[in-house]
Design a protein around this ligand. Sequence first.
Ligand SMILES: NC(=O)c1ccc[n+]([C@@H]2O[C@H](COP(=O)([O-])OP(=O)(O)OC[C@H]3O[C@@H](n4cnc5c(N)ncnc54)[C@H](OP(=O)(O)O)[C@@H]3O)[C@@H](O)[C@H]2O)c1
Length: 293
Amino acid sequence: MKKKLFLTGATGKLGSILVKFLEKEYKLISVGFKNKPKNGYRLDLTKKDRVINFLNRIKPDIIIHLVAITKVDFCEENFVKAHEINFVTTKNLVDWSENYKVRFIYLSTDQLYDSPKFNNEKDEKPKNFYAMTKYFSEIAALSLKNSLVIRTNFYGYFPTHKDSLVDWFINEIKNKKKISLIKNIFFNPIYVKQLCKYIMILINYKKIKGILNLGAKNKISKGRFLYKLAEELNLDKKNLKFTNVDKINLKAYRPKNMTMSVKRIEKIIKKPMPSIQEGIKYLVNDLKNCNEF
Ligand SMILES: NC(=O)c1ccc[n+]([C@@H]2O[C@H](COP(=O)([O-])OP(=O)(O)OC[C@H]3O[C@@H](n4cnc5c(N)ncnc54)[C@H](OP(=O)(O)O)[C@@H]3O)[C@@H](O)[C@H]2O)c1
């Protein structure tokens, strides 16, 4: 019999892609908030009694929790809302899960890191409000016996979500806007479909608990990443200009180096993580085969 898997944030960027992987292998119960996922439900996860009632009815074997406000500047200026959506939703799910043998997977962020090296899973230094809400949610998730916290940064093309880095970038180029490419923030993001494949493996690896970084094996600056994407997609580069993040007026502090060490995951799966170049090629290939691009 297929295991029951409860997915939150199914209408979000990662959720909308992950659903396609999960529905093949699990009895999937997915929820969104403003939007209803196909074959799923709408549920406000900040309302504890509704969450408890829903989970009591479905009794999932696995919970994957993706809900968050991910806009860093918005979180800085709206910290009550950010706390509610990022932390309270997690705590409500954790409170129910304490009484059941549920596998709990929580998606966290590379924004917890800020040092010029490949940061390992113990190196966290949350320095903006978004990172703080994710950090406290991690602590709640980790209080469960069978939980896994995945720290990551992903990219993809999400036609129904215009707020992702890649979608924004492609639209700005198409609209002939001038774009500042940040040259002094480093990260090692992973293509969303690669991330989904790793999540699929890790759901069943019950021995893998605690915190786990999932990223590319090499690092790159945010600006260079976008420049490479423009090159691979043959997009016009004349409006691209490299700049320093300190010259841009942002509300929240931005870590300069969020690069994640991938040693732990490489040891688990006994093979190297994909490179950034491989991820970009995977994305570009998908875009070229997709009518919406
Ligand atoms: N995006 C990134 O680059 C990135 C990087 C690192 C880590 N992450 C982490 O990955 C996870 C997924 O991120 P994402 O970019 O896919 O997020 P997203 O696109 O912003 O989606 C957020 C989801 O949360 C749902 N939601 C909001 N308020 C809710 C509420 N009160 N009750 C129930 N659901 C609610 C939304 O539902 P509706 O749309 O239906 O309202 C949506 O499905 C997050 O935990 C994030 O912190 C993201």
